[in-house]
Every structure is written in structure tokens, then in C-alpha cells.
Design a protein around this ligand. Structure first.
Ligand code: KG4
Ligand code: ZN
Length: 350
């Protein structure tokens, strides 16, 4: 089975082909993975402009799908199914992918699966590493989401907790802007932090508890909050002489300290939840899982705690269509998906 994945939920137009292998330990293989990034277009605005993003998707989608097919040495006749992100995301952007996928499905008589974007991020772990030990706890950490899921069986995603305010990626982006490190913020902070002192600025982090204190897992810090950290950065910057710009070293110190705080918070909660839920493995996915410190610290903590940690390669961490194709294969595995779906800006995972 060969499936074409399409992803247009934000500012990346992406298409990929993933095939089944018949090997239970490594059931999927990626034949191509094409991403047209709009970073250069949105940079001058300091963030994604939704209307511009949708229009750019319309310009790029045909070429990106053609490239994904060509890189997989296939034509349309070689496809067995289509998967497309149906939400959550920017609705105008989602509409481009969903309309394209449905039109192709109708024209070629192919089944089409409407995929939840976060299911895609979760399945990127299985696409990369095959059948990991279950049950697992998976941290999805991206520009729009910071959520912990419990996975009892393949394709079953139970939400344990999420951020109460900003997503971690959003905090990276906002702090990079405040400090003057450029766009997109996550990779800029990651780069700058390499030359900085991660103890230079001390940020306090809030302790989160479960709202239901009668729950046996109530003391767990399963939820996140990053808006306070952003405010702390603003306060630190305000304390400086008015008008004074940060030196490169100060920027690097800020980046390293902020990154350390975010990574410590993410991993503390994830490992605590994994232990409480008896998870046999931990997965980390989403754009922020591209962060070099998060990757290194997660793997080191996993080794120390004796629990395997699975993170996809960088190209599968940030938004891509191979993960959407993989999630589509998961849906097909679990029964024929309905073609009766629409683009949805807000969408629960199941
Ligand atoms: O998953 P993703 O590509 O798109 C969404 O679904 O949101 O995640 C994008 C987010 C952005 O906030 C970006 O700044 C962040 O991932 N990001 C990073 C890194 N690379 C991307 N954050 C920290 N370090 C990185 N190396
Ligand atoms: Zn994403």
C-alpha cells in the first residue's frame, strides 16, 4: 500500500509518499518527503499571516505533490490512498490541502483519510522507529500545542494534560522576538543558546497540579504553563537601561537560560507522567522536538531512568506530510476512514 500525505495546516506546504513494508517491527517506509516552507515570506511580518499563507499554499500545492511523486518514482497510478490534515490549524490553509485531497480522491477513485495534525506528529515517532514499546507516553510540543498523551495501543491517543496558556513553541517564538533573535524563533534560540550561559538568568517556573485532587494521579504535573515565563523575560528586559540593546553575549545567555528552563519543565513533567502511568517508553514529537538541548537531555534522562526515549529525525519533527501519510495508514489499518470530513480549525483528537 502506498499513500500520499498532504499537509497544509499552517505555513508549510508538504507532500510525501509512505509505503507499508509488511514487517511488523518497522511497518512503514518513507519514499519521499517534500516541504515548501513559507518562512521567508512571513519573516518580514514576524509571524504567520493567515491570508498570505493560504494563497501561497494554492500556488505551491501542485508542484509539491508532483515533486513528492517524482521523488518516490511514482505517478498517480501508483497510489493506493490519500491522507490529508483536516485540522487543527489555520482554516484557510487547511482548506487548500483538504480540497486538493478530496478532488484527487474523486478523480482517481482513491480512499481519503482526514488526519488530525497531532496524530500525525505522534505517528512520526512510529514512522521513524517502528513498533515502540507500549504503553507509551508521548509529548507533542509544537508552535500551537504542548500536550501529553497516553498510548495504550497503536492508534489510540488519550490526552493526559496540556498547556493552560501558551504552547512551548509559541514561547520560543515570542521570546526570540523580544530578545531580537529573529524569525522563526525556535531555531534562532537553539543556535544562540550554544554560545550562552544557561545559568545567567534565573527564571522561576510555576508548579502545576491536576484540578481534580481526588484523582490518584492528581499530584502529577501533567499540565504546562509558559505565559509566566514570557512575562519574566519581559520584566528582565525592562530592568535594563531604557533604550539599551542587548549585546550578542547577553542574547546568547538569555537564549540559553530560557531554553534550559523550558526543557527542564517539559522533561520533568513528561518523565513524572510516564512513571505514574507505567509507560514502557517515551516519545517526543512536534517542531520543538527539533531543539538540540531537548533531544540531548531527553535521551540522557531516558538512559538514567532506564526508559527508552524515541524522537523522530529533524525532518520529521517539524511540520511535514510523511507523518500525515503515516497517520493515514494507521487509520486505514483500523478500518475504512470516512471521506465525510471538513477542514476544522479546532478539532479534538478522537
Ligand atoms: O510542529 P511545528 O513545525 O508546527 C506546528 O504544528 O506548530 O512546530 C513549529 C514550532 C515553532 O514554534 C518553532 O519555533 C519551533 O517549533 N521549533 C523549535 C526548533 N525548531 C522549530 N523550537 C525550539 N528549537 C528548535 N530547534
Ligand atoms: Zn505541527
Amino acid at each position: 500500500m502506498r499513500i500520499l500525505g498532504i499537509e497544509t495546516s499552517c505555513d508549510e506546504t508538504a507532500a510525501a509518499v509512505v509505503a507499508t513494508t509488511g514487517d511488523a517491527a518497522k511497518p512503514w517506509t518513507m519514499l519521499s518527503n517534500v516541504v515548501a516552507s513559507q518562512n521567508d515570506i512571513h519573516r518580514e511580518f514576524g509571524g504567520v499571516v493567515p491570508e498570505i499563507a493560504s494563497r501561497q499554499h494554492v500556488r505551491d500545492i501542485c508542484g509539491v505533490v508532483e515533486a513528492a511523486l517524482a521523488n518516490a518514482s511514482l505517478d498517480l497510478g501508483g497510489l493506493d490512498a490519500i491522507a490529508v490534515t483536516r485540522g487543527p490549524g489555520l482554516v484557510g490553509s487547511l482548506l487548500v490541502g483538504v480540497s486538493f485531497a478530496k478532488a484527487l480522491s474523486a478523480a482517481r477513485g482513491l480512499p481519503v483519510a482526514g488526519v488530525h495534525h497531532l496524530a500525525g506528529h505522534i505517528e512520526s515517532i512510529f514512522l521513524e522507529h517502528g513498533a515502540i514499546e507500549l504503553p507509551a507516553v508521548v509529548l507533542v510540543v509544537s508552535g500551537g500545542h504542548t500536550s501529553l498523551y497516553f498510548l495504550p495501543r497503536p492508534g489510540e491517543y488519550e490526552l493526559i494534560g496540556r498547556t493552560r496558556d501558551d504552547a512551548a513553541g509559541e514561547a520560543f517564538d515570542k521570546v526570540a522576538k523580544l530578545v531580537g533573535l529573529g524569525y522563526p524563533g525556535g531555531p534562532a534560540i537553539d543556535r544562540a543558546a550554544k554560545n550562552g550561559n544557561d545559568q545567567a538568568v534565573k527564571f522561576t517556573t510555576p508548579r502545576m497540579t491536576h484540578p481534580d485532587r481526588n484523582d490518584p494521579k492528581a499530584t502529577l504535573a501533567a499540565e504546562f504553563s509558559f505565559s509566566g515565563l514570557k512575562t519574566a523575560v519581559v520584566r528582565h528586559l525592562e530592568k535594563r537601561d531604557e533604550g539599551a540593546t542587548l549585546t550578542e553575549q547577553e542574547k546568547a545567555d538569555f537564549a540559553a537560560s530560557f531554553q534550559r528552563t523550558v526543557v527542564e519543565t517539559l522533561l520533568k513533567n513528561t518523565f513524572a507522567v510516564a512513571e505514574a502511568y507505567g509507560a514502557k517508553s517515551i516519545g517526543i514529537a512536534g517542531g520543538v522536538s527539533a531543539n538540540s538541548r531537548l533531544r540531548a537531555d531527553a535521551e540522557a534522562q531516558g538512559r538514567a531512568a532506564g526508559i527508552p526515549v524515541y524522537i523522530p529525525r529533524l525532518a520529521l519533527s517539524t511540520d511535514n506530510a510523511a507523518m500525515i501519510a503515516a497517520a493515514g495508514l494507521r487509520m486505514l489499518e483500523r478500518g475504512a476512514p470516512s471521506a465525510d470530513f471538513h477542514a476544522a480549525a479546532d478539532l479534538p483528537i478522537s
